[in-house]
Write a protein that binds this ligand. Structure first.
Ligand SMILES: C[S@@+](CC[C@H](N)C(=O)[O-])C[C@H]1O[C@@H](n2cnc3c(N)ncnc32)[C@H](O)[C@@H]1O
Length: 289
C-alpha cells in the first residue's frame, strides 16, 4: 500500500477529469485498480488533511485513464471488472458490460415471486457475464437456474463470476442457441428472463465507438429490425415454460409495443410493458396462457 495526502489525491483527480471522461468511470478505476472505494473518496471531503492508501501509484492509474480516454475503451474492460447491483463481476471484451438499466429485471422477478424461499426453476437466455442469473440465484437460494449463451468464452466468464459470488451450486450454464441446450427442461420453467441482442442494424452501425469497437457484436445486434432474437425466444418459450410461467424480456427503448404484439400472437396473457427509471418501456413481460 502507498500513502499519499488527500490534497495530492484531489489535485490528481481534478487533473484526470479535466482531460475528459466522467466521474463514474474514474470511480471504477480508483476502486478496482487503485483500491480506493467511493466511501474513501467521500471521506476525503470531510478530512482534506488526511492520508489515503493506494494499491497502485498515481502514475500507473493515470496511464490506464489516458488509455481509456485515448482509445475510448470502456474502463470496465481495462480494469476487468464491472459493478452491477451488489455484484463485482469479471468482464472481458467477450461479454457485454452489464448495464444499470438491466438491474431492474431482478426487481421485476422479485415483484412477481415475492417469497425468497420459493423453490423455483428459472432460465436466463443469453447470460453474458452471468449478471442476471447470478443475482437471481443469490436472491432465491432454494431455487435452481439454468443459463445459456451462444458464446463459450462468455460462459467461462459467467461460471467464474458465479463461483466468485456464491457458495451455492444452484445455477448451471449451457452453451447453444437460445432454448436449444434446454431440451431436457421442456415444460418445467416457472419463469425465463432474457436481455437479448435487440439493436436494429441501422442503429448498430451508428453506435458510439466505445460500444461498437469494443463490445461483442453478437451481444448487441438484433437483425434488421432488432427483433430477430426476441421473436425466436418468444416463439419457442411456450415449449419450455410451465402453464402460467412468466417470460420477462428486456427490449430497445421503442420496441415495447412490438414485443407485446409478438407475445399476444404467441398466446401470452397478463402482458405488461415495464418502464425503467428513465420512464422508458424497457421490459415486456407476459405469462404463457
Ligand atoms: C445483450 S447481451 C446480455 C448479456 C447479459 N445477460 C446482460 O444482461 O448483461 C446478449 C447475450 O446473448 C448472447 N447471444 C447472442 N445470440 C445468442 C444466441 N443465438 N443464443 C444464445 N445466446 C446468444 C450473447 O453472446 C450475449 O451474451
Amino acid at each position: 500500500m502507498l500513502s499519499i495526502s488527500v490534497e495530492e489525491f484531489l489535485i490528481w483527480k481534478k487533473k484526470q477529469l479535466s482531460k475528459g471522461g466522467d466521474h463514474q468511470s474514474l470511480a471504477v478505476l480508483l476502486d478496482c485498480v487503485g483500491g480506493v472505494s467511493k466511501s474513501d473518496i467521500n471521506l476525503t471531503t470531510i478530512n482534506p488533511q488526511g492520508i489515503l492508501h493506494l494499491k497502485k501509484k498515481l502514475e500507473f492509474l493515470e496511464s490506464v485513464w489516458d488509455d481509456h480516454l485515448l482509445k475510448s475503451c470502456p474502463i470496465q474492460y481495462l480494469c476487468g471488472i464491472a459493478f452491477w447491483r451488489d455484484l463485482n463481476l469479471k468482464v472481458t471484451n467477450k461479454v457485454l458490460i452489464p448495464r444499470p438499466e438491466t438491474e431492474l429485471i431482478v426487481d421485476i422477478v422479485s415483484n412477481i415471486f415475492r417469497r425468497k424461499s420459493e423453490k423455483l426453476f428459472f432460465a436466463e437466455l443469453g447470460t453474458g457475464s452471468g449478471a442476471i442469473s447470478i443475482a437471481l440465484a443469490l436472491a432465491y437460494p432454494l431455487s435452481n437456474g439454468v443459463a445459456t449463451d451462444i458464446d463459450q468464452d462468455a460462459l467461462e466468464i459467467a461460471t467464474k463470476n458465479f463461483i466468485n459470488s456464491s457458495k451455492q451450486s444452484n445455477l448451471k450454464f449451457y452453451c447453444g442457441n437460445w432454448w436449444s441446450p434446454l431440451e431436457n427442461f421442456k415444460g418445467k420453467l416457472d419463469f425465463a428472463v432474457s436481455n437479448p441482442p435487440y439493436i436494429p442494424k441501422d442503429t448498430y452501425e451508428k453506435l458510439p465507438k466505445e460500444v461498437k469497437n469494443f463490445e461483442p457484436k453478437v451481444a448487441l445486434l438484433g437483425g434488421q429490425d432488432g427483433l430477430k432474437h426476441i421473436r425466436e425466444i418468444i416463439q419457442k418459450a411456450p415449449l419450455f415454460l410451465k402453464e402460467k410461467g412468466w417470460l420477462i424480456l428486456e427490449n430497445h427503448f421503442d420496441q415495447g409495443e412490438k414485443v407485446k404484439k409478438i407475445l399476444i400472437k404467441n398466446k401470452f396473457s397478463s402482458i405488461e410493458i415495464v418502464k425503467d427509471l428513465s420512464g422508458i418501456g424497457r421490459f415486456t413481460i407476459g405469462r404463457y396462457k
